[in-house]
Design a binder for this molecule. Structure first.
Ligand code: SF4
Length: 285
């Protein structure tokens, strides 16, 4: 796999200067995403709210894990909205670390961020890629959806068999499916729901298709599938390199199931060209 370096007309430096200048985090940097030159070069980024320390420790994830040492920064939503406006984003993707230490698991901070974005960028659409809000799912969904994000994304990450091993005891495959379905049920407006699968962790292609079927059965509209890249030797090893033809096959399978958009490829990530994913799902419905 090859990724491009930032080109001469790239907006990479603008994004970097704005993001760092406003002391924001992005999943692009925290997860060392291979697409950063391309995405930041296009003037887009995926913001990571609620700090840089995650209370979970998934075996494939490079985000720093531990005990967060501070509450959410109440001014972060405002700074994030200002940066999104300066970048002229038409579709803003916001994700976060897991914050099991917070009574609302960070739902209120998501809501404040969506509110700030809608106030500053009324024409932009907002996509939230949330944690599972363990233990307060229903209330957290109500708080987040009250601000009417256009896309609700929650990644199932891996197939049912590997889920406990890769994600730990707190995360649940069926819980992820329930959260996605409940988001769709609770929204009183046309909400797109979305999820993502990482391949190369030890699953079979049939298990991937089974996961797509589960997502579709829970009314998910958009799905992404991408190759696992091992961040360090302490993370789960790569089980296999999935061939581009296999990714094409996943796309065909997903489309046949009725997803509005299926993005599958070695370097596809949940937020990769998220504006195009949303557009594809909107125009197909
Ligand atoms: S794919 Fe997503 S996480 Fe990766 S660089 Fe692009 S916006 Fe950032």
């Amino acid at each position: 796999m090859k990724v491009r370096a930032p080109s001469a007309d790239s907006r990479y430096d603008d994004v970097r200067t704005l993001v760092h200048g406003q002391r924001l985090h992005t999943i692009c940097e925290e997860a060392r995403c291979p697409n950063i030159a391309e995405c930041w070069g296009r003037g887009t980024a995926t913001f990571q709210i609620l700090g840089d320390t995650c209370t979970r420790a998934c075996r494939y994830c490079d985000v720093h894990s531990g005990k967060p040492d501070r509450p959410p920064d109440p001014l972060e939503p405002l700074r994030l909205a200002q940066v999104a406006a300066r970048l002229g984003l038409e579709h803003v993707v916001v994700t976060s670390v897991d914050r099991d230490d917070l009574p609302d698991r960070g739902a209120g901070h998501y809501a404040a961020t969506i509110r700030a974005l809608k106030a500053k960028l009324p024409a932009a659409s907002v996509e939230v890629l949330t944690p599972d809000f363990l233990g307060c799912e229903e209330e957290a969904l109500r708080v987040v959806l009250a601000e009417r994000p256009e896309v609700f994304n929650h990644n199932i990450e891996t197939v049912r068999r590997l889920h406990p091993h890769m994600r730990g005891a707190k995360a649940s495959y069926d819980g992820a499916l329930r959260l996605l379905r409940r988001a769709k049920e609770l929204a009183d407006y046309p909400l797109l729901t979305k999820s993502g699968v990482i391949v190369g962790l030890g699953e079979s292609n049939d298990e991937v298709v089974e996961t797509l079927r589960d997502l579709r059965a829970h009314d998910v509209d958009v799905v992404t599938i991408g190759q696992y890249l091992r961040p360090s030797p302490k993370h789960a090893p790569i089980d296999r390199w999935v061939h581009p033809d296999e990714f094409r096959w996943f796309t065909e399978q997903g489309e046949a199931m009725g997803f509005g958009s299926v993005f599958a490829g070695p370097l596809v990530r949940s937020s990769y060209r998220a504006d195009e994913q949303k557009h594809a799902a909107t125009t197909s419905s």
